[in-house]
Design a protein around this ligand. Structure first.
Ligand code: EPU
Length: 450
């Protein structure tokens, strides 16, 4: 298993471009199950989560070819509708095949996803929504079994205790495209990834309006066809590069930056003293070039994670790493996943002064962080440790890099290109201070919480 060795203190400078979004790509690929016609995707990121989804879709009868960052997908065999436990347990986002399979094939068997490293992640809203569309659902041996004749349109409320559900909205919206009649999704997730999915589905012949707002309307059609789609830039990767630049007091030009999708993050960055500005105002603000510059000591801030357009939970850990070296006390509250704080004890090992109380963390800014061997148990927590390592004095070793490979393509190469001192090493190379952490899983799929 790989680790990163980081020697902190190098200022990030230069130019970088943002890849296609992981969390957009996963339901976009699953939408390929809604048609027998070919779909072509551009800007598909090279990530282990995408490889896992490709593997699942191949098992479900899709023929998939990848050339560079383009991917073509066509359903060629509809006989297999079982998403096996082996795959679902490695990637929670496998659940986004549920709606498309049910709508197109009238039946699906999918393993119930378990908890994840940052707490309980139920799928009750997905199931309630599909039942409202006419599915009969029961649980058998840990698998969800859903069946229907043709789904029928309905009005569905998708709000839950922590807001709406992103993949739940993707599932219901996708399924409703082939339902008989009109579906209204109330309290739909407003995340840009949902608007991107609706864009693909409409290009395939669906009739969806309102995607990106809390009320989505879908007029069902009999069949969907072929389409070509460019995946939107990854707002979480873009935000991670901006925060990494800031912690090194760097100056980086970031292309394909989804500025309009990151306004809450830009607001926090500018409050603490990081400058982010669009370099060419004629460019589309959902994919433009921005200059990120940090040339001063940072002020503290208070923020709360919220559904879009609020501050994204997927950037909470990275922003916390940055606030560890601000001038004063910051307060971060997590409102989507109240237990998503695995990075807190690891950042503390690097000298961060953090006090956690329930779903809130108080950060007392320190003068500096100190390199240490650290490890985390999810993708974004790992990214926060890399960010901390970029600014820390001495060497930081971040273990379990496979978490990062799920969501950041060749992260160490991107950061090296900007001047960071970061190398990928095998854990067996780590001798002093770090034990060999665990054996490689027998299954070649990579564990994922996304
Ligand atoms: N929830 C329910 N019932 C449900 C579904 C969700 O109560 O049926 C709750 C969850 O427990 C959570 C909240 O609703 O408290 C939001 O969960 P959501 O369903 O929106 O999460 P998701 O769709 O499973 C996606 C991203 C996550 C991201 C969340 C929130 C993908 C593949 N994953 O998950 O991304 O954190 O939305 O924005 O799109 C990541 O990329 O690192 C990652 C975890």
């Amino acid at each position: 298993m790989d680790a990163f060795s980081i020697h902190g203190g190098n200022r990030l400078t230069g130019k970088i471009s943002v890849d296609g979004s992981k969390n957009a790509t996963l339901p976009l690929l699953a939408a390929g199950l809604l048609t027998d016609e070919p779909l072509k995707f551009e800007c598909v990121p090279e990530l282990s989560d995408i490889a896992n989804m490709v593997h699942l879709l191949e098992e479900l009868g899709c023929t998939i070819k990848r050339e560079g960052d383009a991917l073509t997908l066509q359903t060629t065999d509809s006989s297999q509708s079982h998403a096996r436990y082996d795959i679902v347990r490695t990637m929670r986002a496998s659940v986004c095949v549920l709606g498309p399979l049910l709508a197109k094939r009238g039946e699906v068997r999918i393993s119930m996803p378990g908890g994840c490293s940052f707490g309980d992640r139920p799928i009750d809203l997905h199931l309630r929504g599909l039942e409202a569309l006419g599915a009969k659902i029961h649980l058998e041996g840990g698998d969800i079994i859903a069946k229907c004749n043709r789904l029928r349109g309905a009005t569905i409320f998708l709000g839950g205790p922590y807001g709406s559900t992103v993949l739940g909205t993707a599932n219901i919206m996708s399924a409703a495209t082939l339902a008989n009649g009109k579906t209204v999704i109330e309290s739909a997730a407003c995340e840009p990834e949902i608007a991107d999915l609706a864009k693909l589905l409409n290009a395939m012949g669906a009739k969806i309006t309102g995607a990106g707002t809390p009320r989505i309307t879908v007029e069902g059609v009999h069949e969907l066809g072929s389409a070509t789609h460019t995946v939107m830039p990854d707002r979480i990767v873009a935000g991670t590069w901006a925060i990494a630049t800031a912690i090194t007091k760097g100056d980086v030009l970031i292309d394909r930056f989804p500025l309009d999708h990151l306004l809450a993050v830009i607001d926090v960055l500018s409050t603490i003293g990081v400058h982010v500005h669009q370099t060419d105002l004629s460019q589309d603000p959902t994919s433009c070039s921005v200059q990120v510059v940090c040339d001063q000591n940072l002020s503290p801030v208070m923020f709360t994670t919220q559904p879009f357009p609020g501050f994204p939970t997927d950037l909470q850990a990275q922003m916390m790493a940055l606030l560890c070296i601000s001038n004063g006390n910051s307060i971060v509250t997590e409102k989507i996943y109240p237990e998503r704080f695995m990075h807190v004890p690891e950042l503390s090992r690097m000298g961060a002064r953090l006090v956690k109380h329930g779903s809130t963390v108080v950060i007392q800014g320190a003068d500096c962080l100190i390199g240490a061997p650290v490890m985390a148990s999810d993708l974004r927590a790992s990214a926060s440790l890399v960010i901390a390592g970029l600014a820390a004095e001495g060497e930081t070793i971040v273990s379990r890099v496979y978490h990062l490979d799920r969501g950041y393509a060749a992260m160490e190469k991107m950061l090296t290109q900007l001047g960071a001192s970061i190398t990928r090493i095998n854990d067996t190379q780590v001798v002093d201070g770090l034990p060999v952490i665990e054996t490689v899983p027998a299954n070649k799929l990579i564990q994922s919480d996304g």
